[in-house]
Design a protein around this ligand. Structure first.
Ligand code: SF4
Ligand code: SF4
Length: 711
């Protein structure tokens, strides 16, 4: 070992010791913060499925590849990161001996070949990602997905990867120039090419290996000092975060469909016995999220995919799912020293720690602990109320997130506390909640008018109890009381009658499914309505339901299971597609003028029903013109998450944004599959002055018209 090797070895050892100590300290800190969260025993079931999903999503990059070029580039960067680990290990041997390399595998030609090409593709991948970050950076792109991301961290990580990969080729190049490189030219042509440009230098590999170790350990030191640096830590945290996602059986959007029931200390709350002084009602402090919530916040890569798809963010509202997650993450980590010292408020708001316990806690952590979780800028709130109430629960963020963060659950948990304990929510929604409690529907319409839509039909609509039925036709409150939706109800009933389907309605026995109450955070009213409906459905011995409203479809099919009722629920477009395929409904005259289709969030993204409505439209029209944002990437109409019942005072109206996209297709018919979408887009068309040229109708109405029937 020469002098160069001795000096380099000492320096490499010193920087490595510092880096490893800081990294271990960061892992301990991070684990301690995540463990502050509340228990969630539901995350440990089905370990086999969890492992398979985790491996498929990470190694296969199934979520990332939805953005194909970026996904492919990121895949090579990820693989090169794993290979980089071997190359960094190899650098220690090269520091000690410029002719050295990894023992055993380091001498195999296949190792030389694989590392060479992964290095080349990794370099190409990272250069492409750098280009994309530059092209889409704030200031250059309109409403950039990187707005609010910590840009220096992204640049730093990119520079490290470029630096380490270049060092790898330089080391190999020097070995080639020194004639000590053992891999053949056919396996490592780039290294041989670099070697041809470099002079022979006996200590060259040692010094470059030292630089490579400095860069790598510099990265480890930096992330060790920045535990909230998600752009780097996600390389490790993505694995457990995906493993512990809510429903590992779902290929995408594990946090979509049903909402989680309200939990307190890992147990589902029973509202008959629940007591807000001893049971946790929603989330009032960041540490009241479960450990999985805190793991979610720690894992965010700041990629901004969620932000780029969020209807609130895209219409200039203060909500960005990314910024919401980052605010919660920063609050948790800044508050952690206080919490770890025993601090925190009990459920009555009293401080749990003694003054002795808090004596050594940093003043900044104490100040952070005083911030309300929900509060305005003047109140120094972590999340502004306008952020919390701007969410439509459309699920675009959950769908897009490559590391399976469950934004909607977190948002609704915070709403639950605001509504149930603080009674703090947009005042106009109070009317809807009162109507639900008193009249069983959000409009406050008299229950005895629920069957009015049947008047004037030239056939009898059967009620439960009058005859045997295969399907319960769940009409829904909009379908029963809202004029536009009543037309859809009548069209569906007519089609079911024409096809000879055995169906029946509950009529006055039906009440709201509870969706708007649950999405606004009033779990109490949801439970009240849902219990009542569950009893009614049990008494009627219902086995199958067809629903026209995707919110009812989702609630009945996915959420009543939490109350013990498992029943098969189909959306009317699914049943109609089946009837058309069976030849029981036959469109004869396609609707002309062009048709476009708007995917309702709770039918499409939340329940992945994309094809059935398109099949029905395909049968009943001359063809469909898709909007740019369709299917998984459909853009919300603005009514979900109980937003239907709130004023939209900030930014551009979401329904106008969506209507403009629909109008731009030139279609004369905008087909929908949801009564709320119908209202929102119908209002949008009117606001744009296009009501005489363009019609908004349900898929069922399009089918009925194509069968030459009047509605
Ligand atoms: S659910 Fe929709 S509106 Fe809410 S934060 Fe996510 S993308 Fe935005
Ligand atoms: S998509 Fe997921 S990882 Fe990316 S910024 Fe949003 S929450 Fe973070």
């Amino acid at each position: 070992m020469g002098a160069a090797q001795i000096i380099a070895t000492v320096l490499a050892a010193a920087v490595t010791v510092v880096a490893v100590v800081l990294a271990v300290r960061a892992v301990v800190q991070m684990t301690a913060v995540i463990r502050l969260g509340r228990p969630d025993p539901t995350r440990f079931s089905g370990k086999g499925a969890r492992t398979t999903t985790m491996l498929t999503e990470t190694l296969g990059h199934t979520r990332m590849l939805k953005w194909s070029t970026i996904g492919a580039a990121h895949w090579f960067v990820m693989v090169s990161f794993i290979i980089l680990f071997l190359l960094v290990l190899e650098a220690y041997f090269e520091v000690v001996d410029p002719e050295g390399g990894l023992p055993i595998v380091g001498h195999w030609a296949v190792y030389g070949l694989v590392t060479e090409w992964i290095g080349v593709l990794g370099l190409a991948g990272i250069l492409y990602l750098i280009y994309r970050r530059q092209r889409e950076k704030p200031g250059r792109a309109q409403r950039s997905r990187f707005t609010g991301s910590t840009m220096w961290q992204g640049y730093f990580v990119e520079a490290v990867i470029v630096g380490v990969l270049i060092c790898g080729f330089l080391i190999r190049g020097f070995k080639v120039a020194n004639d000590t490189f053992e891999f053949p030219g056919w396996a490592t042509p780039v290294s041989h090419g670099v070697g041809a440009l470099l002079p022979a230098a006996a200590d060259g590999p040692t010094w470059v290996a030292l630089v490579k170790l400095f860069i790598s350990m510099g990265w480890l030191i930096t992330i060790g000092l920045n535990v909230t640096m998600g752009v780097a830590w996600h390389r490790f945290l993505a694995f457990p975060n995906i493993f512990f996602k809510r429903d590992p059986g779902k290929p995408a959007g594990s946090g979509l469909g049903p909402l989680k029931p309200m939990m307190s200390e890992g147990k589902q709350l029973d509202f008959e016995e629940a007591d807000p002084e001893t049971d946790q009602f929603g989330v009032a402090q960041v540490e009241q999220f479960t450990w999985k919530g805190l793991l979610d916040f720690s894992t965010c890569t700041e990629c901004g995919r969620c932000q780029s798809q969020c209807p609130a963010w895209n219409t200039a509202k203060p909500l960005s799912p990314k910024l919401l997650v980052l605010s919660l993450r920063d609050n948790a980590y800044a508050k952690a020293p206080y919490l770890l010292a025993g601090g925190g408020k009990d459920l009555t708001g009293e401080e749990k720690a003694t003054s002795e316990q808090l004596a050594g806690v940093d003043v900044l952590a104490l100040a952070e602990a005083e911030r309300p979780l929900i509060g305005t800028a003047e109140q120094q709130g972590v999340i502004d109320p306008d952020v919390l109430w701007s969410c439509t629960t459309c699920g675009a963020c959950v769908e897009q997130c490559p590391v399976d963060i469950e934004h909607v659950d977190h948002i609704v948990d915070m709403r639950r506390y605001q509504v149930l304990i603080e009674s703090s929510f947009p005042s106009e929604a109070g009317v809807m909640l009162r109507n639900l409690e008193n009249k069983g529907n959000p409009w406050g319409a008299p229950q005895n008018t629920r069957e009015d839509w049947t008047k004037g039909l030239d056939f009898e609509v059967p009620r439960v109890g009058e005859k045997d039925f295969e399907y319960l036709f769940w009409v829904g409150c909009a379908g029963a009381f809202e004029d536009r939706a009543k037309k859809t109800t009548r069209a569906v009933a007519t089609l079911l009658h024409s096809a000879g389907v055995d169906y029946a309605i509950l009529g006055e026995g039906e009440t709201c499914s509870g969706d708007p109450a649950r999405r606004i955070g009033n779990e109490f009213v949801f439970q009240m309505l849902a219990q009542q409906n569950v009893e009614t459905l049990r008494e009627a011995n219902v086995k199958k339901i067809v629903a026209t409203c995707p919110h009812c479809f989702n609630t009945l099919g996915n959420e009543y299971e939490q109350l013990g009722l498992k029943v098969e629920v189909v959306h009317h477009t699914q049943l109609l597609a089946h009837l058309v395929a069976e030849g029981r409904l036959t469109p004869v005259q396609p609707v002309d003028g062009g048709v476009t289709y708007h995917d309702p969030c709770y039918l499409g993204r939340h329940n992945r029903v994309f094809e059935a409505p398109r099949e029905v439209l395909g049968a009943g029209t001359a063809g469909l013109t898709e909007m740019p944002r369709n299917s998984e990437r459909s853009f919300c109409c603005g009514a979900g998450g109980a937003r239907m019942w709130m004023e939209e005072r900030i930014g551009k109206r979401i329904n106008i944004e969506r209507t403009e996209e629909a109008l731009a297709t030139g279609a004369k018919t905008i087909a929908v599959g949801c009564p709320f979408c119908s209202t929102m887009i119908g209002d949008g068309v009117t606001a744009k002055g296009e009501q005489d040229n363009v019609e908004v109708v349900d898929v069922a109405t399009v089918l009925l018209r194509s069968m030459k029937q009047e509605v």
